[in-house]
Design a protein around this ligand. Structure first.
Ligand code: ADP
Ligand code: 5GP
Length: 216
């Protein structure tokens, strides 16, 4: 395998703005790849099969589960969603950063297998705003909206498992915070050690050549 790309997990209660923020993040980091999940949820009108999700029927999903094709999968709001090994392998083999939009159960499962993954939780500024955004998006029936809203509270309780919390109040500000997290994670000593080691090797070579960088 080539160099290991960084995994960024972005998670939020439905309607907090995770999809919007992920799109903006991908515009800012074009080399980052989006992990396209499989789901049994019906496609929304603006969604594109293969870009937003791989939309599959229940039998296909079940067959993939049986065949061990998923790194993780979970029931979310009455449908099944999963991240395939193929999706992860493709990004990691290229050494590219991968952005995963999964629920908190998926986040926990991925981190068990990839402890180095960075997990970010997006919070709405208030529950009233969360409900309003879900309504305004216009994708939910009254029943699915209530289900997603009820589930939001359970999801927010999972916040301690995340590395970063981002409140999505002002969209531009939240995008900046998210970009800052990506830069900060890239600057971690463990990921950048080679930059310092290279300088030390250069200094050792200078010393061997009689040009002691410490002298003078
Ligand atoms: P999620 O993917 O978390 O379910 P979406 O990204 O679909 O949420 O956002 C839900 C709705 O809220 C969408 O209509 C989106 O345009 C809107 N939205 C997202 N972020 C903000 C924000 N910071 N301010 C106002 N509206 C927002
Ligand atoms: P939506 O139906 O609004 O697109 O997504 C509903 C929820 O499913 C979101 O919390 C989203 O993050 C989650 N989800 C999307 N893909 C996956 C996946 O592959 N695995 C898991 N566990 N959750 C996912």
């Amino acid at each position: 395998m080539g160099p290991i790309g960084q995994l960024f997990i972005v998670c939020s209660p439905s309607g907090a703005g995770k999809t919007t923020l992920c799109r903006k993040l991908l515009e800012r980091f074009p080399e980052m790849r989006f992990s396209v999940s499989h789901t049994t949820r019906p496609r929304r009108p603006q969604e594109v099969d293969g870009r937003d999700y791989h939309f599959v029927d229940a039998a296909t999903f079940e067959r993939m589960v049986e065949a061990g094709e998923f790194v993780e999968w979970a029931w979310v709001h009455g449908n099944r969603y999963g991240t395939s090994h193929a999706e992860l392998r493709a990004a990691l083999a290229e050494g590219r950063a991968l952005l995963l939009d999964v629920d908190f159960q998926g986040a926990a499962q991925i981190r068990q297998q990839y402890p180095g993954a960075t997990a970010v939780f997006i919070l709405p500024p208030s529950l009233a705003v969360l409900r309003e955004r879900l309504q305004r998006r216009g994708t939910e029936t009254p029943e699915t909206l209530e289900l997603r809203f009820r589930n939001a509270l359970r999801e927010i309780e999972a916040y301690p498992q995340f590395d970063y919390l981002v409140v999505n109040d002002d969209l531009d500000r939240a995008v900046e915070v998210l970009c800052g997290i990506v830069w900060a994670e890239r600057a971690r000593r463990t990921r950048q050690a080679e930059a310092a080691e290279g300088l030390l090797r250069e200094a050792a070579a200078l010393r061997r050549g009689g040009n002691d960088p410490d002298a003078g």
